[in-house]
Design a binder for this molecule. Structure first.
Ligand SMILES: NC(=O)c1ccc[n+]([C@@H]2O[C@H](COP(=O)([O-])OP(=O)(O)OC[C@H]3O[C@@H](n4cnc5c(N)ncnc54)[C@H](OP(=O)(O)O)[C@@H]3O)[C@@H](O)[C@H]2O)c1
Length: 347
């Protein structure tokens, strides 16, 4: 039998490989839909201002006229991708940026690459101990936090990995940030208009129909990489929603965002052949990182959205997300479960 001329490895033609390829195509399809907005009419929340920026705007353009001198931002995951670009642009507008990396060395290198005004911090989100220590280091600085950008994340781990009995994407993408924000809420509320921005994703659409499988947070039952990632990104949206409810009546706000499909290291856990497939089909709509970081920088710092809270943004504008992303009762349930999982680390 002659060799297949396909660039894909033989594993792509096994049942498992086929399913993975389908997931990859679905991933790209979801991302394309989120980016183009062509497939479904975009629903806008009433009363939230539309800005002049689009899916092509860069973070630098979005904050072009905004003076952030005297402001402090904390950005998680500044060692690559959207976090590094967000830190670069916020610092360029004059903000002091506390940039976190999984080790102090990595955070230092990232901060040094941006320059003055960036302060490196160690934060390993899978360790509640590390999250608490990071929050204590921030509080020790004695600065109000104008911006708290929950950006760090991992995607689609090929096999089930657990942290303290929890599926790792839920633990890192959601629970670590939940604890960090809760421990830093006093600093956010001390700012004139503190903003929490949680980086979610249109991949919330991959979550199970009920949004969060509270009876399967370990992931032990039927683990699939994309579903687990989708659940963690749904958790990001729900956390931001419930936080906004709890912040109502204060100056502080909370919103979640979808950056759209962006060329970063996020797909590092996909097998190489899957990344090649993704590259082939995604090449027409994927955003460079300078554009990808625009929405989170807009929501974090643009005056047009001062006081706006409890919403979800894509392409620098508010959108009503689907799935379970607006389920207020689920958001409250997730908060209570997350608080219980953090236990003594929260107090
Ligand atoms: N890129 C996209 O297309 C896209 C689309 C939708 C949503 N997003 C979201 O955007 C956010 C940023 O992702 P990205 O695309 O910029 O990916 P990226 O280039 O892989 O950057 C992820 C960042 O998170 C850090 N990180 C990973 N695991 C961590 C942990 N356990 N503790 C602390 N930090 C950790 C990484 O540090 P190390 O480098 O040291 O691991 C890195 O700094 C994520 O929340 C992602 O879900 C991205």
């Amino acid at each position: 039998m002659s060799q297949s001329p396909s660039p894909l490895p033989r594993s792509a033609f096994t049942r498992r490989g086929f399913l993975a390829a389908t997931a990859t195509a679905t991933a790209a399809g979801v991302a394309a839909t989120a980016c183009s907005g062509d497939a479904e009419p975009v629903q806008r929340p009433p009363g939230v201002p539309m800005g002049p920026y689009t899916k092509k705007s860069t973070a630098t353009e979005v904050l072009g006229e905004v003076d952030l001198s005297g402001r402090t931002a904390l950005v998680t995951g500044v060692t690559s991708g959207l976090g590094l670009e967000s830190m670069r642009v916020l610092a360029a507008r004059g903000a002091r940026v506390l940039g976190t990396g999984r080790t102090l060395e990595k955070a230092r290198a990232a901060c040094a690459s941006v320059g003055a005004g960036c302060v490196p911090l160690e934060l390993e989100l899978e360790s509640l101990e590390s999250v608490r220590a990071c929050a204590q280091a921030v509080i020790a600085l004695g600065l109000p936090l104008d911006i708290l950008m929950c950006n760090a994340g991992i995607m689609a781990l090929p096999e089930l990995e657990q942290v303290n009995g929890l599926e790792k994407q839920f633990a890192v993408n959601h629970l670590g940030h939940f604890l960090l924000v809760n421990r830093l809420l006093g600093a956010v509320q001390a700012a004139p208009q503190g903003r929490v921005v949680v980086v979610s994703s249109s991949a919330y659409k991959w979550a199970p129909p009920e949004g969060i499988e509270f009876d399967n947070l370990s992931g032990a039952r039927d683990y699939t990489p994309n579903k687990a990632y989708g659940q963690s990104k749904t958790a990001n949206g729900l956390f931001s929603l419930e936080l906004a409810r709890r912040l109502a009546g204060t100056r502080a706000t909370s919103n979640s965002i979808n950056p759209g499909p962006v060329d970063t290291n996020l797909s590092r856990h996909y097998p190489a052949w899957q990344r090649r497939v993704m590259g082939l089909i995604a090449g027409f709509f994927i955003k460079p990182v300078e554009v990808g970081a625009a929405t989170q920088c807009y929501v974090a710092a643009h005056p047009a959205v001062a006081g706006v809270s409890g919403h979800y943004f894509e392409d620098c504008n508010p959108v009503i997300p689907g799935g379970q992303m607006t389920n207020a009762a689920l958001a409250q349930q997730l908060w209570e479960k997350s608080a219980a999982l953090c236990g003594v680390y929260l107090t």
